[in-house]
Structure formats: C-alpha cells, structure tokens
Design a protein around this ligand. Structure first.
Ligand SMILES: [Fe+2]
Ligand SMILES: [Fe+2]
Length: 281
C-alpha cells in the first residue's frame, strides 16, 4: 500500500474510535484547575452505570480505604482528582470496547489484564524513581496499548491475522503490525488519544513506549512505561497480544537509575497490587 493510502486507512480507524461523552467531560474537568470537586461529581453522576462502577472501584481493596465510600463527592474528596480521573477513564474506555468476542489469538480479557498490570507497574516505578504526581502514571500504563484495542474493534479481521502471525512466528505484535499495515498500535493509539484531547504526557507514552529514546522531551516518562511493559511481560500478568519479552532500552535503563534489588522490590509490589485491582475489570 502506498503512503497516502496508509495514512487514509490510519485516519479512518482513528475517526471510528469514540470515547463516551461522560468520560470525555470528566477528563477535561480534571485537567482544568478551575474545576471543582462538585463539577466533577456532577459530570460523573450523569451516567448511573459509570457512577456505580466508580464507587465499586473506589471501595475496592486496591485503594484500601477503611470505611465505605457511598457517594461520588465523597470518593473525589477521599481519593483525589487524579485517582478519580484514572477510575473514570479506565471504566469508560473498557466499557466502550466491550461487546466483541475475543479472537483466538487476541484475548481481550488478557489484554485488559496486561493493561491494568502496566498501569500498576508504571505507578510503582514512577514513585520509585521519584516522579512527582506518580498517580498519573497509572493511566499511562493502563492506556499505553490503546491502539491495539481500537484496531481489534475496527479492523478486527486484519488485527486477528496480525496477532496470529506474531504468536506463531514468535515476534512482537508491534513488528507484525508494521509488516502487515505499515503502521502500528503506537500510531493508532496516539492518534486516537489526540482526538480525545488526552493529556500530552499520555499521548507521548502511547506513541513512544516501544522506543522511548525518540521522545527527547520526556524520555523519563516514556521510559517508565517502557520498563513497566517489559516487567509485566516477564511476570506474565495478562497478555498484550504476543508472548515476547523485549530487551530494555539501555539509555532508558540508565536514566531511571534502578538496581537489581529495587527491581525485585518493584516486581513484588506489582504482583501484590495486581491481586487487589480486579475491580477495574
Ligand atoms: Fe505496545
Ligand atoms: Fe504493552
């Protein structure tokens, strides 16, 4: 396919992907310093199904709050803006992509498990390397492979073949995508995230998590998600569509300044937190 056609195809996939209005509004509000907890609460309450899911997650073992959180406003006050944004976005995006059966080579449940594990891992790595607002890193990891679920939804047959090829040949799915389509899930995901007005940091990690050194301006954040992805593959938490474990980029590794013992602690904590996070799915 020539470049023009490739671009057209990519843009077409991007056009199809939609984010539920309520999730979109909440994301905008939580990025707006002038918005109050009341505004955010009101926006969430527009959607009763989302409201009950948010409360379920807020009360789950993952956040470990000792008393029952019974209203959205309470949840916002107790868990804070960034956590609420994380919950609403994950619930909204997971729901938006429900309703299609998994294909033989791309299991949607395993995909979300991989995503959730990466969210948890990114947050733990971010706080270990001393990143400010490490809660935000959860959403970077959770959505780093957004492009895959979008492709599985909108070009299902092709994507099934790609996943089959990756698994049978023992290669990374990102390489199989390039081979079949001439673009990959980082292109699709970042395009969709831009269209949805996602925070710039999130767009970058979606775009650069397989090749963090291309992200000169925020190498650190892309490196965090790059490592999170590799660790979750090593720990076999879910599956993002292939069974490979890529080698970590050397510059990223040096930049994070971690040692073997820290890595072991991080891995332990990922497994522990993952156990308590099932309410997300
Ligand atoms: Fe990826
Ligand atoms: Fe991944």
């Amino acid at each position: 396919m020539d470049r023009k056609k490739l671009k057209e195809k990519l843009l077409k996939i991007g056009d199809l992907a939609t984010l539920p209005v309520v999730a979109y509004n909440v994301m905008q509000l939580t990025q707006n310093p002038k918005a109050s907890a009341m505004d955010v609460g009101k926006a969430i309450s527009q959607d009763p199904a989302l409201t009950s899911k948010v409360l379920k997650i807020a009360n789950s073992a993952f956040y470990g709050f000792p008393r029952k959180i019974s209203t959205i406003n309470n949840a916002i006050v107790i868990l804070g803006f960034s956590n609420i944004r994380n919950i609403v976005l994950s619930a909204g995006i997971i729901d938006a992509h429900k309703g299609r059966k998994s294909s033989q080579y791309f299991d949607r449940t395993d995909f979300w498990k991989h995503s959730l594990a990466c969210g948890i891992a990114s947050k733990i790595i971010a706080s270990t390397v001393g990143l400010k607002n490490s809660e935000e890193a959860f959403i970077w990891g959770l959505l780093h492979d957004l492009g895959k679920i979008v492709m599985d939804t909108y070009i299902h047959e092709e994507f099934s073949q790609i996943a089959q090829h990756a698994k049978l040949k023992g290669i990374l799915i990102v390489d199989a995508e390039q081979k079949y389509l001439g673009f990959d899930h980082t292109d699709v995901g970042s395009l969709v995230a831009k269209k949805w007005n996602m925070p710039p940091a999130l767009i970058k990690v979606i775009r650069y998590h397989h090749n963090p050194v291309l992200d000169y301006n925020s190498l650190r954040i892309s490196s965090i998600v790059h490592l999170a992805d590799i660790l979750c593959r090593t720990l076999k938490l879910g599956c993002g569509g292939d069974n490979e474990i890529p080698i970590i980029n050397e510059i990223s590794w040096d930049l994070m300044n971690l040692n073997k013992q820290m890595l072991e602690q991080i891995s332990f904590k990922i497994e522990e937190d993952y156990e308590s996070a099932t309410a997300f799915l």
